[in-house]
Design a protein around this ligand. Structure first.
Ligand code: 13P
Ligand code: SF4
Length: 311
């Protein structure tokens, strides 16, 4: 890029020229959240991608999110600033192993977290996000056997809360796995009145200390309405940007990892997207998401089931 390029202005120019919409997840860098047309959780971003009348979707998030946008809006060009923006949950669940797991349990339906590959979506019956999982699970008869993948912590949380016995795939999110209970309790001693909000991707030893458990949007909503002045946030710390913007007078503290600070909980995949890469992907319309049509249609079935069942 020529030195002195005003990236923000160039992105704005290209967004108009391309008739592009920029979607961003709450875990993106603040500067990307600030220039996006829409910031949201996985369910809200899927809905936006399905509804937009833009010609191009520039997805500031990770690959499974951009894939979802393409599955739901195949006629649009979907670009992802960095194709290496993966997800440890997706990586934990190779389609051929998931297929074998399903075949071992033919009487089970597959309820699957959206953090997975298009192939795994195509092998699933209903997709869920953290904000739609509870509503969807409650619509499935209690005697229906279920396999739930790839996040064993979200699955375990749902099993405990709704007294279910879903068989769990052993995947984890490396970000939420890294919170330290010992350090969290130390922080809680320092701020005894501060509630803890946690994402259900956290392991039970973190979730058990939480006053509120929910998706990124639900945590943000909680942050906007809680009555104290300090909140401990046990999810990827970039979401604090939105909290601080909405309530600048309050104190939001990222839950700590083993080293006592929240920097080890930055998602390394989400962090791959930058202003420079957003600019070049809008300029070149590359890297672009492409999905074979038969696979897309099979994956769309389980996503449509989610969109129909989510509140
Ligand atoms: P939600 O925004 O749907 O809560 O998802 C969190 C997450 O880990 C996305 O990768
Ligand atoms: Fe995947 Fe966790 Fe990063 Fe979300 S925060 S993209 S679940 S690794």
């Amino acid at each position: 890029l020529p030195t002195g390029t005003d990236l923000r202005a160039e992105i704005d120019r290209l967004r108009k020229e391309r008739n592009a919409v920029i979607l961003a997840h709450y875990y993106q860098r603040p500067e990307l959240q600030d220039l996006a047309d829409f910031v949201g959780d996985s369910l809200e971003l899927s809905r936006k991608a399905a509804d937009t009348d833009a010609d191009v979707i520039a997805f500031c998030g990770v690959k499974f999110m951009a894939d979802t946008a393409k599955i739901l809006s195949p006629e649009k060009i979907v670009v992802l600033p960095d194709m290496n923006a993966g997800c440890s949950l997706e990586d934990s669940c190779p389609p051929e192993k998931f297929k074998a797991f399903r075949e071992k349990h033919p009487d089970h339906i597959a309820l699957t977290y959206i953090n997975c590959s298009t192939e795994v979506k195509a092998l699933s019956d209903v997709i869920v996000t953290s904000s739609s999982a509870e509503t969807i699970l409650q619509q499935i008869p209690e005697d229906q056997p279920i396999i739930f993948g790839p996040d064993r912590h979200l699955g375990g949380y749902l099993n405990r809360k709704f007294n279910r016995n879903m068989l769990l795939w052993p995947g984890v999110c490396i970000v939420h796995e890294a919170f330290s209970e010992r350090e969290l309790l130390k922080l809680k001693e320092q701020y005894p009145d501060a509630p803890i909000a946690a994402h259900p991707e956290c392991p039970p030893h973190i979730v058990d200390h939480a006053d509120h458990v929910g998706s990124t949007s639900a945590i943000l909503q909680f942050a906007k309405t809680f009555s104290g002045d300090t909140l401990i946030v046990a999810t990827e710390p970039h979401i604090i940007h939105q909290m601080q913007k909405a309530l600048p007078e309050k104190n939001f503290i990222g839950a700590p990892g083993a080293d006592g600070n929240c920097n080890c909980n930055i998602c390394p995949y989400m962090a791959l997207n930058t202003m420079e890469k957003l600019y070049t992907c809008l300029r070149d319309l590359e890297p672009r998401i492409e999905i074979e049509e038969g696979l897309r249609l099979r994956a769309k079935r389980s996503l449509d089931n989610m969109l129909g069942m989510a509140a």
